[in-house]
Design a protein around this ligand. Structure first.
Ligand SMILES: *Cc1c(COP(=O)(O)O)cnc(C)c1O
Length: 361
């Protein structure tokens, strides 16, 4: 067996310990004689799995008691619709457009009401986070929406926007559990699992309980109402059982690592190795303004498309996979989520250094 260093933006690297444990439990989950995939979601064994997942997540994020935790399907993109369907009581919401995912969410919001783009960084290919200290927040906005870490462009909010008292909704898909978060500052947080916590298809929603009501937009399907899932403890219908099981293992792995403070430190150290290299390199250049750099997704370019292609090709041959940048940015992108070990980033930087020696001017 030979595992590569996988820098994919998502689905992405998972902790090897988690995969090994899941593999050991595949045929016979703890004496049940079946795999978790084959198990009823109404069984006692499964109830324990989902209960522990929720309680470990609550512990990691110190989620206040007045917030509900949901494990749903449909990925992060389904939340682009569920958020307005459930929260757009006045049919007005303000979106801060910092990349493709925020833009998609804003477009989806327009299907249900007035979705204003109150700020955008499109003018510079989303390479920065706009100043959000005094935005023209709409008087009757039901919420202000952000994509907190921009997976494609490699930017991250270092301070949350001033929402002027309005509810904050955040897509945290690509920074979820990478550092501590004050959940009480948000009305709703959601995160697709496949970036930092588990298999694709599962999405985690953390929502303040007073926002979970029957007062949703007319025609909202039962399955797309938060209340349906809150009332049923995420077991209204068959949830993504195996995905939740893996997420639960990742939560335990994070706890064993020392929790989110420790993870933040580790992620900062890891990212610094790469950013420090980029800042002194004469061949490679980071694409994001320094103060808005993400700890999770690091895009960089050489400025020469052929050189970029050569780099992607040679890095792959060296066991460094999925470094090709997103098609809208070009160049390269190294996603260095929680499960990317320090050694992986060091290997990448060594390779970049060697590549620069060979091809740099
Ligand atoms: C990947 C990603 C999404 C889309 O996730 P899906 O599960 O494919 O719907 C949305 N937002 C962000 C920030 C992402 O990184």
């Amino acid at each position: 067996m030979s595992r590569v260093y996988n820098f994919s933006a998502g689905p992405a690297v998972l902790p090897e310990e988690v995969l090994a444990e899941a593999s050991a439990e595949m045929l016979d989950y703890r004496g049940t004689g079946m795999s978790v995939m084959e198990m009823s979601h109404r069984s006692k064994a499964y109830q324990t799995i989902i209960d522990e997942a929720e309680s470990d997540l609550r512990g990691l994020l110190h989620i206040p008691d007045n917030y509900k935790v949901l494990f749903l399907q449909g990925g992060a993109s389904q939340q682009f619709a569920m958020v307005p369907m459930n929260l757009m009581k006045n049919k007005v919401a303000d979106y801060i457009v910092t990349g493709q995912w925020a833009k998609k969410a804003c477009s989806e919001g327009k299907l249900y009401g007035t979705a204003n783009a109150v700020a955008s960084s499109a003018d510079k290919t989303f390479s920065y986070i706009p100043d959000c200290s005094d935005l023209p927040i709409s008087e009757d906005a039901d919420y202000v929406y952000i994509c907190e870490n921009n997976t494609i462009y490699g930017t991250k909010y270092k301070t949350l926007p001033n929402t002027k008292g309005k509810l904050l909704v955040a897509d945290q898909s690509s920074c979820f559990l990478s550092e501590p978060v004050d959940v009480s500052k948000y009305g709703l947080i959601f995160a697709g699992a496949q970036k930092n916590v588990g298999p694709a298809g599962t999405v985690i929603v953390i929502v303040r309980e007073d926002l979970v009501t029957e007062d949703v937009l007319p025609g909202t399907p039962t399955m797309l109402r938060y209340k349906t899932h809150v009332d049923a403890g995420s077991l209204y219908n068959t949830p993504p059982t195996y995905g939740i099981y893996i997420c639960g293992k990742v939560f335990k792995w994070l706890k064993a690592k020392g929790g989110l403070e420790a993870m933040k430190q580790y992620n900062e150290e890891k990212a610094k190795i790469l950013y420090d290299f980029l800042d002194q390199s004469k061949l490679f250049k980071g694409t994001v303004v320094k103060q808005d750099r993400s700890l999770m997704n690091v895009p960089f370019v050489t400025g020469d498309e052929e050189m970029d292609a050569l780099f992607v090709k040679e890095s792959k041959a060296a066991g460094l996979e999925n470094l090709k940048g997103h098609r809208t940015v070009g160049g390269m992108r190294a996603s260095i989520y929680n499960a990317m070990p320090m050694e992986g980033v060091k290997k990448l930087v060594e390779f970049m250094d060697d590549f620069e020696t060979r091809y740099g001017k």
